[in-house]
Design a protein around this ligand. Sequence first.
Ligand code: GLC
Length: 523
Amino acid sequence: MATKTTSENKTKATVAKKTTATAATAKSVSTAKATTKPATKTTKKATEVKPVQKKKILFVASEATPFIQTGGLAEVIGSLSKALAANGNVDVRVVLPLYSDIKKEYRDKFSYIGNIYVHLAWRNQYCGIFEYVKDGVTFYFIDNEFYFKRPGCYGYFDDGERFAFFSRSVLEIMPVVNFYPDVMHCHDWQAALAAIYLKTNYCFRPEYQYIRALFTIHNIEYQGWYSLDLLGDLFDIYGSYQYLVEYKNSINLMKGAIECCERFNTVSPKYADEIKNEYFAHGLDPIVRKNHFKLSGILNGIDDEGYNPAKDTHLFANYTPEDFSNKALCKKGLQKLLGLPQKANTPVIAMITRLVSHKGLDLVTTVIEDLLQDDVQVVLLGTGDAHFEGFFSDLARRYPDKFSANIAFNGDLSRKIYSGSDIFLMPSKSEPCGLSQMIACRYGTLPIVRETGGLYDSIKPLENGYTFANYNAHDMLYVIRQAINDYKNKEEWKKLMYRAATTDFSWGRSAKIYEALYLDMLK
Ligand code: GLC
């Protein structure tokens, strides 16, 4: 069942080596704790042994770049952990499932640490542990082929069981890797059970008693709803804890995590406010309001090294905010690639999005034919609901010179689009944070967004983009036309591009806010 590509002997050696290494670390931790003033005075070197005093943070998540990605969550896990490690104030580690789709180039480099059996109700399942260190972050991968050797990450009938096993494994591997975090930072519903188990089944075990739980909601729409019948048999939650996860006669894992964690947050301040309201909360607003004293909002950043038009090798040409001249080559290359007429002065409007209604596609479908009467080109990249895929494919057939539909998930093309377009449209109905509007800014492509969630927090009208307030197709069209008009004034447009491209969306600031939150939780 296991993916023991490494030979058993080699494995044992690694485990043995690991155990000694971790034992040594454990020893130095206790020494550090026991050390009183005289020892710290001794030599300069002694005071330099900083790492052991760092607070230990363990991310629990279902995806992370560069290993596996289905959405923005992965980017945040990959780039926030990297930024925290770079700041150097915390020891940050990440646990992920070992999906078979994890890129082979990385997978081949993982080292096998050992295996244990994880108990979950009447099940007793194999759990292999792999490790990989990247950019100062230690990643652990939970291996079980029955649960994770399948294409993709989600969408299976037994997702509840898969992530219950994963969450339980997170707690069970702590003694094996000898890492009991100060803060266990769980992301979205797939990791909710880790916080729930910590505060229920594990709360009487001394090693786990001081671990605090932070739960981050990347999108409140996906909550993990299950039938109450599954409480003991599938999730292994005792009847006395039913009240924590029970909601509207069902199990709601996100609700359970909100109740159990010491703190929870969302990925922008505005969204933290919005989810107190029924309109945004997908039924959870009473729980959010009840726990509001634990709630905060921290705006995501982007990996500004990874998204850098001066260095990005996917682009047709590189450029900087000081000199946008090569952006014209990116536009030309994109138009050629997508079979659109290579018109330098026709504004290219881009959308890179999941094709689902809350991304504002209802607004787009309502007015797109009006818009296409103007001198514009519209480029769309994304996959999603069949009726949107059909609608946009049909549009592309009818307007071959003006509309390009790319029904795909394609990292290379997305960067060519960010760099080769003039305007980026993101009219979401709700948006916890959104990363695309920030990436677009970085590439000097001006975003048009609806004022909601992280879009509201990151884009300021005429500062680094355009906004509209009401979820209304004609309000959106009005602002698009305003932008098209402004685009004709090349000098003013360039200034706007510069301000957008130089807006600081790096993780530096937000990573510090997370660090402060961790410390606050440990008071
Ligand atoms: C989810 C949200 C998105 C956010 C991302 C990362 O995908 O829908 O708004 O940017 O998570 O936090």
